[in-house]
Design a protein around this ligand. Sequence first.
Ligand SMILES: C[S@@+](CC[C@H](N)C(=O)[O-])C[C@H]1O[C@@H](n2cnc3c(N)ncnc32)[C@H](O)[C@@H]1O
Ligand code: SF4
Length: 363
Amino acid sequence: MIEHLYVHIPFCPNICPYCAFYKESAGRERVELFIDALLIEAQRHATNLLPRTIFFGGGTPSALSYSQMERLLDGLQRILNLSELREWTIEMNPATVAADKAKLLKQAGVNRISMGVQSWDDLVLKKLGRTHSAEKAEESFFLLRDAGFENISIDLIFGIPGQSMTSWRETLEKTLSLAPEHLSAYGLTYEEGTEFFYLLNRGVMKPNTHLEADQFELAAQLLGKAGYEHYEISNYAKKNYSSQHNMAYWLGSDYLGLGPSAFSTLERERWRNICDTGLYSSSTMSGRTARDFEEKLSSSTLEAERAAFGLRTHHGVDFIRAQPWQKELEEMEKHELLYRTHDRWLLTPKGFLLADSVGEIFF
Ligand SMILES: C[S@@+](CC[C@H](N)C(=O)[O-])C[C@H]1O[C@@H](n2cnc3c(N)ncnc32)[C@H](O)[C@@H]1O
Ligand code: SF4
């Protein structure tokens, strides 16, 4: 039985210049067709699905209108057995949070919100091309609390050129004052094909890796002091509030992804649906596959992925699993990127900053 379900909802109210997730602007007819297709895709897998976690990601799932959301939720509730469901997350952009939608989601059983605040500094929000202000984000946060959500996560971004240490500190402090249960703090990445990537290559945007490292450390320090557990490089949670869905990915569980661009990994098979909403919808509706990529994973690839992802979490990699890379890990230990406990390898604070390079040793 598949226990983890991802649903990709590829629509956004506007397109942010740094973002490479598969998304497009929401046109009414396209959204309706997409919902039809998604429900058909869900139906195809229904007999093998008993989800413990569901994650509506995007894009911006909250960009759906009330009636679109209602149709999607009703359809999924009809098709799926949700008796084992423990965590149901939806990603929201503060600009698209509304009281009626929040109530609908709560009633449907969604119990976790992940909201992309990014910064509480209006100048930084402008730089990121966000359409909401800090004030609107705060309003949205309280609206979600009033609707009864007791598990809210806030996404923040640091390492943005022009974002001072003071601005980042204030963003962290403001976030702490709201006491969300979970927080993701991402270092800005320049993703190929985005406007920021183009600006970087033309030398218009200049990253400052030292400042970024200081901002990472400040987050770890302030959030740790406030009682948040740093359970994955970019993720912090109050006790018992780490994301069960993401932990399942990181620890190598199988998952099914529905919707355009969604990946699935089931019993050594990995596939991705096509990154084109129109084609995804028409293929699925006419009974054809929407996959445009498939691969069979070898057990050594799966082991390498588990080790690489595990190392990014507070679980680290246990000695038995780490055996094939013993020499490389010892080398990293000499450079103070890793340390060992009685049974496992873990990243040092310096290792956190260079985690991508450390992860490469497994492949
Ligand atoms: C799919 S978006 C989240 C929800 C919603 N679409 C929003 O923007 O509010 C997931 C998160 O990824 C992060 N993100 C996206 N692109 C990024 C980039 N290039 N660098 C760092 N973080 C990024 C943002 O923090 C964003 O909130
Ligand atoms: S950051 Fe969120 S709102 Fe902005 S383009 Fe990406 S998915 Fe859409």
